[in-house]
Each structure stands twice: as structure tokens, then as C-alpha cells.
Design a protein around this ligand. Structure first.
Ligand SMILES: Cc1cc2nc3c(=O)[nH]c(=O)nc-3n(C[C@H](O)[C@H](O)[C@H](O)COP(=O)(O)OP(=O)(O)OC[C@H]3O[C@@H](n4cnc5c(N)ncnc54)[C@H](O)[C@@H]3O)c2cc1C
Length: 388
């Protein structure tokens, strides 16, 4: 239930969990507008799956249970915004698709307790996983029979892992004896810490498939970028305007692939020649192999049509360069291959794809922070290429 609480419980404005030996468990999540969401475990009267017992639940019953669990602290409310009662069912479907044409996603194919805040997040990740694959298949850029089955393969495993996690989490929350509660408090804390790995998708690790190739030698070049896992974001500085960006903000989810060239210190001639040679190959050989795609549909509400404009066509592969040279030592128009800053007849040179790890503090001081390379486990001298 979402309430405006009146309580002497000191941690009411932080996410907290109370497990009581007599009354079950209570989780509190502070919300906007002074609201707090209470997840109250009801241990009495709901032992059967009957709808009748569920319909017996009232807000007063909920708050009385919360009071029992929280005692000797007190809790009451001035306002109830919303409440509901549900029974936890931990289930997942055997198949997420039927013949590669009908797909199940979200709660329709996996359910679990809402306490870990996973359901919506994992459901959206299901449809994201499916969406880009269907998008590229419809555009004729990938073979549906090769790509579409990876949806079932990848997401079914995530659902199974999530349900295993949730079972254990629910079990820990349902402990009654003082001994069990105290013995499992460290474990419960670890579960709390682990939960965001699911909600953010960072913890998901897709197995080898046509999309994920695990090559130990190549992996060593970027030790902390794990093939099959989400590419984590780091802060980088735009080479041209000095603005600091989260890399993810430059990588919208529009169905394109990204090649991130971590080129090291391109102020050194040898390094710059290597990075430029790679740029030439990417620009002249790799990118032209694939037809460009439309990613910005124009919606005409009057005619109720959606169409793509040909001048908005863009390569399906987007190239980024993240180097470590000080900004003032590199003139990108002179020094860097144009694949990294392509020319557009109407828009001029591109200034949004070259980043540096050195950060401008004032006009005269440049502080070099190699943390991006450290965070990804990339050797600055050797560099690495990451496909995301
Ligand atoms: C109390 C509670 C708290 C939660 N808290 C969190 C949280 O903090 N974080 C989190 O990530 N998740 C949370 N969840 C889980 C989250 O709400 C669900 O996992 C998520 O909504 C699932 O999304 P979905 O699109 O798969 O299904 P739904 O959100 O259920 O959407 C399905 C839609 O389909 C419609 N529909 C059904 N049948 C038909 C039909 N025949 N024709 C047309 N439409 C139909 C339904 O009306 C509904 O709108 C919570 C759940 C509960 C119950």
C-alpha cells in the first residue's frame, strides 16, 4: 500500500526491510510526495489460493499487520493513495515464442514477487531484446531464422535466473525464527545489493550464440567488457566542445550497432597511424557492405502515415573513437580519419563521435583521467575495439 505515514521508525525515508519473529516481513520504499510504499507480508488466512480469502484483505488489516511487524516502533497513516493484495506466483513459460512468429514477453511469460522491483524492468528488457531483432529482420538486414530464435534462448534463461533469485529472496524474507533471521541477515543484504544487477540489465550475461562470440584472446584486450553482457556506460569528454557525456547518452537504442574504437594516445604518431588505418578500413570496406537504415520516421498525423525520409538514412554501424590524447594536441579535421567525423553535404563535419578521456578543467589546465580505460580494462598503449 502507498501511504503518507505517521511513524517514529527512523529509516522511513530509506528503502528498509523489517523481519519480525511474530508478524512476517515488511519492506518500505520511500516515494514521491511524502508517500511510502509498504510491502506487507500477510501470514494469516491466505494459505489457500482461493480468491475469497484474497478479497477479505482490507487496508485496515494491512496497517494492523504493519503495526505488528514494526513494533515497538509505531506506524499509522494520514492518507492512503493506493493499495492492493496479490499472491506471489513464481512461474515461467517453457517457450517465449511460437514458430518465430508469435512472441510472449513480460508478465505473460514470467511472474515473480514484486519485492525486488524486477518485473517491469525485466519485461521491458524482454521487449527491447525482441524489438531490435524484429526491426532488423523486417528491414531485411538480418536472416530472421538465425536471429529471432535468440530471443527465446536469451530471455528464457534470464527469466529462470530471476525466478531462482526471487525464490531465494522470498524465502529469506519469510523467515520467522529469531535464529534464522539473525543468521541470514548478511545474506539478505547481499541479495539487496544483487537485485539492481537484474533491474539495470548489467548482470545479464547472454550465452554464446550467433550474436555473442566469446573469444578469450580478444576479450583480454578489454578485460571488464564481457561479451554477452550490457556495455556499461562511462563518462567521456567530447573532443570538439569539451562537454562531458555519459557514453550511453550518445548511443540511443535505435537498432544500430556501435563500433567503439579505444584508440589510446593518438598524439603519438604510431598510434594515430594505426587508428587512422583502421578508420579507413571501417569507412571504405566495412560500412559500405551494409545498406544504410532509416531510424527517424516522420509521422504525418493528417494522412495517418509513417514514412522514412531518404536523406535521414544512416549507416547501420556507428563508429566512435575514444582516445586519451589531450584535446589541444589533436586537430580532428587534420589528424583523424574522416570515418570518425564523417562529412555530410548539408550538416558539415560531424563533431559528435570523437571523445577523449582528458578533461578540461579550465582553459589552461588539462587533467588526464584514464578512468574509462581502467573501467573497461583496456591497455592505453594497445587500445581495443568494442562492438556494442
Ligand atoms: C504491487 C506491485 C508492485 C510492483 N513494483 C514493481 C517495481 O517496483 N518495479 C518493477 O520493475 N516491477 C514492479 N512490479 C511488476 C510490474 O508491474 C510488472 O512486471 C509489469 O507491469 C509487467 O508488464 P507487462 O507489460 O508484461 O504486463 P502488464 O503491465 O500486466 O500489461 C498487460 C496489459 O495487457 C492488457 N490486457 C490483458 N488482456 C488483454 C486483452 N485480451 N486484450 C487487450 N489488452 C489486454 C492489460 O489490461 C494490461 O494493461 C510490481 C507489481 C506489483 C503487483
Amino acid at each position: 500500500m502507498d501511504i503518507i505515514p505517521v511513524t517514529d521508525f527512523p529509516d522511513i525515508r530509506v528503502r528498509s526491510m523489517v523481519r519480525s519473529t511474530s508478524g512476517g516481513s515488511l519492506m518500505m520504499i520511500p516515494r514521491e510526495n511524502k508517500l511510502v510504499r509498504l510491502y506487507i507480508q500477510l501470514t494469516d488466512g491466505l494459505s489457500t489460493n482461493s480468491r475469497l480469502t484474497r478479497s477479505m484483505v482490507t487496508p485496515m488489516m494491512l496497517i494492523e499487520t504493519a503495526k505488528r511487524i514494526l513494533s515497538p516502533y509505531t506506524i499509522d497513516f494520514t492518507y492512503i493513495h493506493w493499495w492492493s493484495a496479490y499472491q506471489i506466483g513464481q512461474r515461467s513459460g517453457d517457450h517465449f515464442d511460437k514458430q518465430g512468429r508469435i512472441f510472449l514477453a513480460g508478465d505473460a511469460v514470467h511472474t515473480h514477487s514484486p519485492k525486488a522491483g524486477q518485473g517491469m524492468n525485466v519485461s521491458m528488457q524482454d521487449t527491447y531484446n525482441l524489438g531490435w531483432k524484429i526491426g532488423l529482420a523486417c528491414k531485411g538486414l538480418v536472416r530472421p531464422k538465425a536471429i529471432i530464435p535468440t530471443y527465446d534462448m536469451e530471455r528464457k534463461l534470464v527469466a529462470k535466473e530471476l525466478i531462482a533469485f526471487d525464490r531465494k529472496f522470498s524465502e529469506l524474507l519469510s523467515m520467522h525464527s529469531a535464529k534464522d533471521i539473525s543468521e541470514t541477515s548478511v545474506e539478505l543484504k547481499q541479495f539487496f545489493k544483487k537485485a539492481p544487477l537484474f533491474t539495470t540489465g548489467i548482470g545479464v550475461n547472454y550465452a554464446s550464440s550467433i550474436l555473442t562470440v566469446v573469444d578469450d584472446e580478444a576479450h583480454g584486450l578489454a578485460k571488464y567488457v564481457v561479451p554477452g553482457k550490457r556495455f556499461a556506460s562511462c563518462q567521456v569528454t567530447n573532443h570538439s566542445d569539451g562537454r562531458v557525456w555519459e557514453l550511453h547518452h550518445r548511443m540511443p537504442s535505435d537498432g544500430r550497432f556501435r563500433i567503439m574504437v579505444f584508440g589510446g594516445n593518438i598524439a603519438h604518431d604510431e598510434q594515430r597511424f594505426a587508428v587512422n588505418a583502421l578508420g579507413q578500413w571501417l569507412g571504405k570496406t566495412l560500412i559500405p557492405r551494409y545498406p544504410p537504415i532509416n531510424i527517424c520516421p516522420i509521422v504525418d498525423r493528417r494522412l495517418q502515415t509513417v514514412r522514412f525520409q531518404s536523406e535521414l538514412m544512416t549507416p547501420i554501424i556507428e563508429i566512435f573513437l575514444v582516445h586519451t590524447a589531450p584535446r589541444d594536441q589533436i586537430d580532428i579535421l587534420q589528424d583523424v580519419d574522416s570515418t570518425y567525423h564523417p562529412w555530410h553535404p548539408k550538416l558539415g563535419w560531424d563533431y559528435d563521435h570523437i571523445f577523449t578521456t582528458s578533461r578540461v578543467i579550465t582553459e589552461d589546465t588539462i587533467q588526464s583521467t584514464q578512468s574509462v580505460y581502467e573501467d573497461y580494462g583496456i591497455d592505453e598503449e594497445r587500445g581495443a575495439v568494442v562492438i556494442a
